[in-house]
Design a protein around this ligand. Sequence first.
Ligand SMILES: [Zn+2]
Length: 423
Amino acid sequence: MTDALFSRIDEKRDDLIALTQDLVRIPTLNPPGQFYREICDFLQARLEPRGFTCTLIRAVGAPGDSEAYPRWNIVARRDGTRPGDCVHFNSHTDVVEVGQGWTRDPFGGELDGDKIYGRGTCDMKGGLAASIIAAEAFIELHPDFAGAIEISGTADEESGGYGGVAHLAKEGWFAPDRVQHVIIPEPLQKDRICLGHRGGWWAEIETKGEIAHGSMPFLGDCAIRHMGAVIDAFENRLYPAMAERRTEMPVVPAEARQSTLNINSIHGGEAETPDYTGLPAPCVPDSCRMIIDRRFLIEERYDDVRGEVIGLLEDLKATRPRFDYSIRDLNRIDPSMTEKTAPVVSTVHQAIHDVLGTAPSYIASPGSYDQKHIDRIGKLKNCIAYGPGVLELAHKPDEWIGVTDMLDSAKVMARSLQTLLLP
Ligand SMILES: [Zn+2]
């Protein structure tokens, strides 16, 4: 049975290549979030003749949704002949900007040896194509399967997923009574299972001062010096405290197995207009703003993470003359981690063993992806990221996906369907 499945997928090699190329040639750049409808129509035209019922869902009112750039999503469902679990493959259809440094056509889908080049090949149209080939091969061999297979193509993962998976989750598409297993074919490598990701909190901190003539700074109050005190507090108190906190999550790279804080930007004083030269600079700045990006662990609570920073700011307010601040929350991502004992994890684990002959490693992502919405909004815990591609190639120039890797991953996905849908 297994051999027949694997050779069926090998026979689909040319189809897999052509499908990946077709997907890459639809330039679903985000921003602005374009051609979402076109890629949904393409997926519908592909999957409907193969027995899938397709629903197109626009995330009306979601951030970024507009008449010019509507946030379209597709959920394609193929029911089996008997009751059973539903296995859902979720891929985002958006790709990031092209950037500089390409030697290949970013939307050409050029095949060279074992590699297909283009923006989104690795992240993650190659994974989407692999999941489609896996489902089709499985259905051809086992038309009498139990349960259901769903394949979704969703918008805006690269900008937070609010017009994509978050919207679908709010509308109940990932409710545990209709979907039981979710595999997100993000490019985490064909021999690794990604159990989840860290959380994140972005905020803007502003320190206040008082404007005065720069020749008499004692008549004003320098907001940048106050921000210096904030950074000092971070260096002396926050960074050492965060370094102590280790996570049980198998985050790669291992340096990210602790809490981290990045200071994204800082700005105080005169506005930097395009023709800014640095002169004249006659004033004491009355405002300084800093954006922070705090990534936190599954073991930490959002309120504590936020409270820790506010505690430092309040301490400064109590001890430093004229210190005042405001803080504005910009974004919140809750961490997510699926248990290793979850059915989808053990199933894919065994499938990787069957296909590659090696035990997979478990990892977690230092950043995030759409699992957060499936977990936190959809309340579905049985979810992993598993798919072909080298994560380090994502968002890079000359991004590519390996055809062999896609075939192997498709075999793992199809083998997982055998385990879950052939009771
Ligand atoms: Zn991605």
